[in-house]
Design a protein around this ligand. Structure first.
Ligand code: GLC
Length: 557
């Protein structure tokens, strides 16, 4: 490591939008799925240099921060969520120097950077797991049931399908809530705590501005690892506390991490954050992760899972705001990520709805997470051939369409694995590399090909094709983020509902009113103000506004 690496570049001085006590409270944070964002070296796989070169796109887009998915040394059994060395960059993605350069460039551009931390499990190639003695202390090994220990120790299932246990050559079994290559750590062992605190410090010393905590609800298991008792685990995840998810014991870990993060807040005003990827059965239980002495944010998957229906959206929005308000935290909104079907496709294959949903999200109080490509209105790719698949859920869940195990209904699966009607239920379709420019694949993704094939009809969706076209989704996002920065009433702060006809939502923020028509047809209502921005052309005549079907409009009031 060079000397340079040890002195972190300063985080941007101004808080995300210049408002409020914490930059994260109203930040718009853009998720970069590193292997699919931009490829600098032509191997068809996105890398850190590619991200760095494309940071100006994110600056122009107007986001406040970037979240990078894991780029650590990994056999890539689960897209890098199987980490073999938490302090090294996988050669696929570059070097530690590239990570440092990326941080510096981002900070120079005024962008903060959050990295992923994966504490529930490591790779089975991690040196702790490959050493049988260490492994026994630091992972969850148990004897099997049955006469010769030939049955798994309990009835838990892997989120990716099949039993959550794998038998070793020695005859005992180890727990893996995800793929067999992702053994669960034993968080009863203080060495595990110490190691993760050291890893957090390593990245904080390099200058990162926070962590997205993977499976933040999973580290602690119920004592004795009890059976669930019936075979419907996939349906139970996210709807009730299970012996392996959302156990109260996880909060002690988050409290310790918060103390560590706060310790990095110094006189310079540096504020580093933790955001929980936590699946909790209710907004109230989710709010426990963002109590003042725990993490700063938690993804609000209830919003992501809500159907495109005015009453349902209102219910979720109210419940989310009430729950986080009860602990003084901001609400965090998200519509798409690398684990779920892209919202353009999920919301009925309707770009109009997707654009409306995005404007709705960006008008709500709190912070919003964008997933790369949603600013281009990218759809899910639903016709990937089997031979290019990489999602471990695809291989463990069987090859039949929709047989991923969890969540084969019309909504995104609550465990974070994609599922939706008419789509295949696996996660490669939202991970297809981004189209940047040009008429044919790889659309400027890099000098080589792309690790997943891009559709032949994406030329009109590239960043270059959409730039400057006021009707494009990219320009809609740019305009929305620009207004969000400029109007003090957006972002964190008060919101109240306004009267609206059935199927329409209306709410006010200071100086702004937002209408959302969830119906498939136009709705007329008295014009609430002057249109500022709309996801579809809105007309105002003689004080009457005509809201197009599936649209969202921001009005100056
Ligand atoms: C999280 C990640 C997902 C990964 C899983 C196991 O849900 O978002 O991509 O497969 O954790 O680490």
């Amino acid at each position: 490591m060079t000397q340079e690496l040890t002195s972190p570049s300063p985080a941007p001085q101004a808080p995300g939008s210049g408002r409020g006590p914490g930059w994260w409270r109203d930040a718009v944070i853009y998720q970069v799925y590193v292997r699919s964002f931009a490829d600098s070296d032509g191997d068809g796989i996105g890398d850190l240099r590619g991200v760095r070169e494309r940071l100006p796109h994110l600056k122009d887009l107007g986001v406040d921060a970037v979240w990078l998915t894991p780029f650590y040394a990994s056999p890539q059994a689960d897209g890098g969520y199987d980490v073999a060395d938490y302090r090294a960059v996988d050669p696929l993605f570059g070097t530690l120097q590239d990570a440092d350069d990326l941080l510096r460039t981002a900070h120079d551009l005024g962008l903060r950077v959050i990295v992923d931390i994966v504490p529930n499990h490591t790779s089975d190639r991690h040196p702790w797991f490959t050493d049988p003695e260490l492994a026994r202390q630091r992972y969850l090994f148990r004897p099997g049931k049955g006469e010769n220990g030939e049955l798994p120790p309990n009835d838990w299932e892997s989120i990716f399908g099949g039993p959550a246990w794998t038998r070793t050559d020695r005859g005992d079994w180890y727990l893996h809530l995800f793929a067999p290559q992702q053994p669960d750590l034993n968080w009863e062992n203080p060495e595990v705590h110490a190691e993760f605190e050291a890893i957090l410090r390593f990245w904080l010393d390099l200058g990162v501005d926070g962590f997205r905590v993977d499976v933040a609800h999973g580290m602690i298991k119920a004592p004795g690892l009890p059976d669930i008792g019936h075979g419907a685990q996939a349906q139970l995840i996210g709807s009730q506390v299970l012996p392996f998810f959302d156990q109260d014991g996880v909060h002690a870990i988050h409290r310790a991490w918060r103390r560590l993060l706060d310790g990095y807040g110094d006189g310079s005003g540096r504020q580093v954050i933790g955001v929980a990827e936590a699946w909790a059965p209710t907004p109230e239980r989710l709010a426990l992760y963002v109590r003042p002495d725990e993490l700063h944010q938690a993804f609000n998957f209830q919003f992501l899972n809500a159907p495109w229906q005015a009453d349902a959206l209102r219910t979720v929005i109210e419940a989310s705001l009430a729950a986080t308000a009860s602990v003084g935290a901001p609400t965090t909104w998200v519509l798409s990520n690398h684990d779920v079907v892209r919202h353009t496709t999920r919301l009925g294959g309707s770009l109009a709805r997707a654009r409306a949903a995005s404007l709705l999200m960006l008008a709500l109080p709190g912070s919003a997470y964008l997933y790369q490509g949603e600013e281009l209105g990218l759809p899910e790719v639903t016709d990937l051939p089997d031979e290019v698949r990489q999602d471990p859920a695809f291989f463990r869940g069987g090859r039949a369409t929709g047989a991923a195990g969890p969540g084969t209904d019309t909504e995104a699966a609550p465990d974070g694995v994609a599922a939706a009607s008419g789509q295949d239920g696996f996660r490669d379709g939202c991970r297809v590399p981004l189209p940047w420019s040009g008429e044919a694949p790889p659309y400027g993704f890099g000098p080589g090909g792309s690790w997943l094939p891009q559709p032949a009809d994406w030329a009109p969706l590239t960043v270059a094709a959409q730039t400057g076209d006021p009707a494009s989704t990219l320009e809609l996002y740019r305009a929305a983020l620009e207004l969000r920065r400029r109007l003090p009433g957006l972002g964190d702060g008060p919101m109240s509902w306004a009267p609206a006809p059935d199927g329409v939502l209306a709410f006010t923020r200071p100086g702004v009113l937002c209408t959302v028509n969830t119906l498939g047809h136009d709705v007329e209502l008295p014009a609430p103000g002057t249109p500022l921005l709309s996801s579809a052309p809105v007309t105002v005549q003689d004080s009457a506004a005509r809201l197009p079907g599936d649209s969202c409009t921001w009005w100056a009031i």
